[in-house]
Design a binder for this molecule. Structure first.
Ligand code: ATP
Ligand code: LTN
Length: 326
């Protein structure tokens, strides 16, 4: 059975963008593949985190996964830092990755500009991500478009290792959904809706008060020509709302344009808000019953044990091929 894997960082709130771009995709793939979904807590410390807050965010993210419809019987759910073989595999890969490759990563360039005194973890972050992926022979990696470059690097590293030491890794492929690959900020629809945005007016969080969610959508930035048409370049605000709408309803762009032909922006926004609020209210209800329950402990123990065994096997094979140890 083919394997699919993705992870999210437990940094602050989980946004509607994270839900549509990553979690929701896994809900579909879990029925077809051997699915792995984890909390990328080691990735999150590439930028400073407050310890108590980090621990809360990790627990909350696990509960969010399950509340969003990730089925623990169909997925291996785990916390990255509970598996000591992931950083071990990562180190062996790091020694087969070039500094130049890492320094050219777009996300590194962006984030290193934002932080004045950044750590070397910010640079080596994509290698850890490659370890996450190729360490368990992942075939498919569902991510938002912003992570595509990192998955491609994982392929390059796997290919290089295979060439040098013989067949060791499966070549992973990014899976980018047609719709919703990049949900934009509601106030500034030319930038990605991001957890780390300073101004939260344009960001919808999965666990946010639903009245506030409605307000944010009703006051989303649009344009003045009163036409509900998908045109990201000239009408980024309306196109973003269409994107959110089709991602959650499964309708096509054409269907939506036809349905709202002649409608005013207020009417359309209200429909978008209804769809989003309806989706989030179910998630929030389930979240309340899951967070902090013992049920999660069992799921995480199982996930940790299965992935530790898989990564251990891969680490031993790599070590042997490289010539390490006795
Ligand atoms: P930050 O913007 O603070 O770096 P983030 O919101 O991108 O964080 P991540 O944990 O890095 O959060 O991303 C988790 C997953 O969600 C990734 O697969 C990413 O591609 C996807 N994702 C994040 N934001 C969006 C978005 N606005 N639209 C679609 N997918 C997104
Ligand atoms: N870098 C990703 C999180 C992440 C990931 C992964 C996603 C870490 N390891 C492996 C897919 C596969 C992010 O910041 N969104």
């Amino acid at each position: 059975m083919k394997r699919v894997l993705t992870g999210l960082q437990p940094t602050g709130v989980i946004t509607l963008g994270n839900y549509i771009g990553a979690i929701r995709q896994m809900k579909v793939y879990q029925n077809e593949y051997d699915s792995f979904l984890f909390v990328a807590d080691l990735h999150s410390i590439t930028i400073p985190q407050e310890p108590d807050e980090l621990r809360e965010n990790i627990k909350s993210l696990i509960a969010i996964y399950i509340a969003c419809g990730i089925d623990p019987d169909k997925n291996t759910i785990y916390i990255q830092s509970e598996n000591p073989y992931i950083p071990a595999v990562s180190w062996l890969l790091e020694c087969n990755t070039y500094y130049g490759e890492l320094s050219r990563m777009t996300q590194f360039k962006d984030k290193s500009l934002k932080h004045t005194n950044f750590t070397s973890g910010l640079l080596t972050y994509p290698v850890l991500m490659a370890a996450d992926i190729i360490g368990v022979d992942t075939d498919y990696v569902p991510v938002g478009i912003d992570q595509k470059q990192h998955v491609e690097l994982a392929r390059d590293i796997a290919e290089r290792f295979n060439k040098k030491y013989g067949d060791t890794f499966v070549m992973p492929e990014p899976l980018i959904a047609k719709e919703g690959t990049k949900i934009m900020d509601l106030q500034n629809p030319t930038v990605k809706m991001s957890k780390s945005a300073e101004n939260k007016k344009g960001v919808i969080c999965v666990l946010e008060d639903l009245n506030l969610v409605r307000k944010k959508i009703m006051s989303a930035t649009t344009d003045s020509d009163m036409l509900i048409k998908f045109d990201p370049e000239n009408k980024p605000g309306i196109s973003n709302l269409i994107n959110i709408y089709i991602s959650l309803t499964g309708e096509t762009v054409e269907e939506v344009e036809k349905k709202f032909d002649g409608a005013n922006y207020g009417t359309f926004k209200k429909e978008v808000a209804d769809v989003v609020v309806n989706e989030l209210s179910g998630i929030q209800e389930r979240y309340k019953t899951i967070v902090g329950s013992d049920y999660i402990e069992d799921i995480l123990n199982k996930g940790r044990d299965r992935t530790t065994e898989l990564f251990k096997q891969k680490y031993e094979v790599m070590k042997q091929k490289i010539g390490l140890g006795r």
